[in-house]
Design a protein around this ligand. Structure first.
Ligand code: F6R
Length: 241
């Protein structure tokens, strides 16, 4: 694991975006795996700046997002589809047809999820996967459990995740209870992974991911087994290492 501890968001975003920018430069049709949430926002801003400066183009890039809430439409202000457009896609030249955010309300979830994994595979697999980490060690919406998950699937969110997501919704009842998420196996199939985390609230998860045993009780701990992972964190998130 390439573990780097930075002073602030800006430094993390500079390091993370540098890896993505150099990949897109050398491989203009790169496949990017993307995450929502607070952690990658500053990195996405740097990608937008690089696009605006003419350093890179996303016109041949394909993107696959990790997850999407069920029970709200893609057009909802809290959907991950909306999040990605508001924080990245609307400001770069990626083609809408090359953007993939899971459909949170598929008719047949099982078939849809298998097809999502298949489309990642058919695109050639994810070159770089951007990840955040939940306070409970989740990646994507893979919550602590008894077994590592495989492909994309429909998941029931835990109370701690619902609690963490509450800030984005008007009332607790509006917070979706289920999501479509790439499974741990689909995530770790990526050729390279950048996990970003900041703040004391993530310190225990970061500790368990890096120093704990590889166990589905901390889904992110599987990254110990991946041979090309960057962990970019601030001092607070690193405080228990
Ligand atoms: C988002 C995702 C989640 C977040 C994690 C951290 O697509 O899959 O696993 O990465 O919950 O969220 P933030 O970055 O908001 O702390």
């Amino acid at each position: 694991m390439d573990i780097r501890i930075f002073n602030n968001t800006e430094e993390i975003a500079a390091a993370a975006s540098e890896i993505i920018i150099s990949k897109v430069k050398s491989c203009p049709d790169a496949i990017l795996g993307l995450a929502t949430g607070a952690s990658p926002v500053a990195t996405y801003k740097k990608l937008i700046a690089a696009y605006e400066a003419g350093v890179i183009s996303f016109k041949d890039v394909k993107t696959f997002n990790l997850d999407e809430y069920c029970s709200i439409p893609a057009t909802d202000k809290n959907s991950y589809y909306t999040f990605m457009h508001e924080n990245l896609f609307n400001f770069i030249d990626v083609l809408e047809e090359n953007v993939h955010v899971p459909n949170g309300n598929p008719e047949n979830a099982e078939e849809y999820c298998a097809a999502y994994d298949e489309s990642i595979k058919n695109a050639g697999g994810i070159d770089i996967q951007v990840l955040g980490i939940g306070r409970n060690g989740h990646i994507g919406f893979n919550e602590p459990s008894d077994a590592f998950t495989a492909g994309t699937y429909k998941v029931k969110l835990t109370e701690s995740t619902i609690e963490a997501n509450k800030i984005y919704f008007e009332s607790e009842n509006d917070v979706p209870r289920e999501a479509i998420t790439m499974g741990v196996q689909s995530i770790t199939n990526a050729k390279e992974i950048i996990l970003i985390a900041e703040g004391k609230a993530k310190a225990q998860a970061i500790h368990d991911m890096i120093k704990g045993e590889v166990s589905p009780s901390c889904p992110a701990s599987i990254l110990q087994k991946h041979n090309n992972v960057h962990i970019f964190i601030d001092k607070d998130a690193a405080s228990l290492l």
